[in-house]
Design a protein around this ligand. Structure first.
Ligand code: ZN
Length: 520
């Protein structure tokens, strides 16, 4: 009996010890990180500078550069080295909204919350205009409106109803949801099914998209003043607003497209359907910046100290650029402040990392991960030829935050099974803060993909979604009130620990197989 007990003990304890020895998590440093991150946090101070004090951070706008310079100087003041704005390639024109006044003047007065889309032209001074209702269902239907658009504001008839929601705006991941994430397995990607879904989606929207494109062309040619757009998603004061069109140096200014709340939009539509004339006072002034079309990321380092490992790199980052409707507080000042705070914590407790720790705050993410792709291409490898640069071999891992203000619940392993046990141990000191889930699955849509695309370990954390999809993401409500201080402190603490663990480990993090060159 005794003998059996002993065996059982060995059986249960040994594998655990083997893993624990394997990773050597420094409990003393973890406690210091935790104390600095949770008790002495500066994350809301960084938040203030990136949002309220700064304004929106559309790539290459003055707001972007103001934030980038603040970050560069702040990182340097905490003692990081080589803090700089690092060009990654050509982006295009900067754009800034200088004035926007949109008010209905007939049949009654109402000033509207309204957002010109990025890279649109302005109105050239204050204008008074009537609204014309376009009831066409496709491009052929537009013929009835030819020659009638000069000086008008265009609105298209829509029949989607606003649906009352009985779901809460904010959500934290439940244990059941987290369990199902950890139970996911690597599934072969069904590219045929994906293509079919994409085609179905494109076909559904094709006739409406091509009608809108033709309508915009007609509007510009005939000298219409502006166009109002909306969708049922834009309700209760929340307006989602992005760009009106292209922004390369050679692209013309886009036709003035103004996003409205669906409630206001449908009020105008119903008035016009009932033949009641609707007119507006509109004045929009926008400014384009063409002097320097290059895009810039913010980069800074905590140099490594181990003679053998200091040339190796551990990276952390998130995108600094935002849309212009709010101040991009959750998308992605949140990720930027978490990353800045993580390196501040590491400097504050005086760590001497073996590898070099490098923070990157990207630009052009919202236009297609442009800043991180440009950086990876010039530093590590071009995914289109997969010729590896020397730094590719010296790279350990990249950690990204870009899913809003919610606290960290775990990590997406991005199909890299070999890091699972490592991350499981790194998370142990933070299990009590709600971070314990590892899912083999991928998550898309942001800058870790630029690293993954050239076979470098790039990871995004699992975060509580809170109101990210319902209220904040790309909307005018992406402002500081929606930041959650305790969540951000927790996230910065865990990121600091992960970066430290990766910088101190004997080996670089294990990699997946190198991908084949991918012609664009
Ligand atoms: Zn984002």
């Amino acid at each position: 009996m005794k003998h059996i007990q002993k065996l059982c003990l060995l059986f249960f304890v040994l594998p655990f010890l083997a893993i624990a020895q394997n990773e050597n998590v420094d409990v003393n440093v973890m406690n210091k990180i935790r104390h600095e991150g949770l008790e002495n946090s500066k994350v809301m101070d960084i938040a203030f500078h990136l949002t309220d004090a700064n304004g929106p951070r559309l790539t290459n706008s003055p707001g972007y550069f103001k934030a980038a310079n603040y970050a560069k100087d702040q990182l340097a003041s905490w003692g990081l080295k080589n803090s700089m704005l690092d060009p990654w390639g050509d982006f295009g024109k900067g754009w800034e909204l200088e004035k926007s006044y949109v008010a209905m003047t007939a049949p009654w007065y109402k000033s509207l919350e309204a957002y010109p889309k990025a890279w649109t032209a302005g109105t050239n001074g204050p204008k008074h205009a009537e609204v014309i209702l376009i009831a066409a269902k496709d491009s052929a239907g537009l013929d009835a409106y030819r020659g009638k658009l000069k000086g008008k504001i265009i609105i298209t008839d829509r029949d989607e109803k606003y649906k009352l929601s009985f779901e809460p705006d904010a959500h934290r991941l439940t244990d059941a949801e987290l369990d199902s994430m950890s139970n996911e397995t690597i599934k072969p990607v069904d590219t045929a099914a994906m293509r079919k879904r994409r085609e179905q989606f494109m076909n559904q929207n094709r006739s409406q998209q091509s009608m809108l494109k033709t309508l915009k062309e007609m509007a510009e040619k005939e000298g219409a003043l502006a166009m109002f757009t909306s969708s049922p998603r834009n309700h209760d004061g929340t307006i989602f607003v992005q760009q009106a069109g292209p922004y390369k140096l050679t692209d013309p200014e886009n036709f003035l497209d103004i996003a409205l709340q669906y409630e206001d939009y449908m009020t105008i539509v119903r008035l016009l359907r009932n033949n009641m004339p609707v007119s507006f006072d509109v004045e929009v002034a926008t400014k384009f910046f063409t002097k320097d079309i290059k895009g810039y990321n913010v980069i800074a380092e905590i140099p490594g100290t181990d003679p053998k490992l200091k040339d190796e790199i551990v990276m952390l980052g998130g995108h600094l650029d935002s849309w212009q409707g709010g101040t991009g507080a959750t998308d992605n000042a949140a990720g930027s402040m978490v990353m800045m705070e993580a390196v501040r914590i590491l400097k504050a407790i005086g760590i001497q990392p073996r590898r070099t720790i490098r923070i990157a705050l990207w630009s052009g993410e919202e236009q297609g991960l442009l800043g991180s792709r440009g950086y990876v291409k010039k530093t590590f490898a071009d995914p289109s030829d997969m010729k590896l640069l020397p730094a590719h071999d010296k790279f350990s891992a990249y950690f990204n935050v870009d899913n809003g203000t919610g606290k960290i619940r775990g990590v997406y392993l991005q199909g890299n099974e070999a890091v699972k046990n490592i991350f499981a141990q790194w998370l142990v000191p933070f299990n009590d803060l709600g971070a314990k889930t590892l899912t083999i699955s991928n998550t898309g849509g942001t800058d870790h993909l630029s690293f993954d695309a050239v076979g470098l370990p790039g990871f995004q954390f699992i975060q509580d979604p809170l109101e990210y999809d319902t209220r904040n993401h790309h909307s005018n409500m992406d402002v500081s009130e929606h930041l959650q201080e305790d969540d951000l402190k927790q996230a910065a603490t865990i990121v600091a620990a992960f970066v430290y663990d990766a910088a101190m480990r004997d080996e670089k993090l294990p990699r997946k197989e190198l991908p084949a060159a991918r012609k664009n």
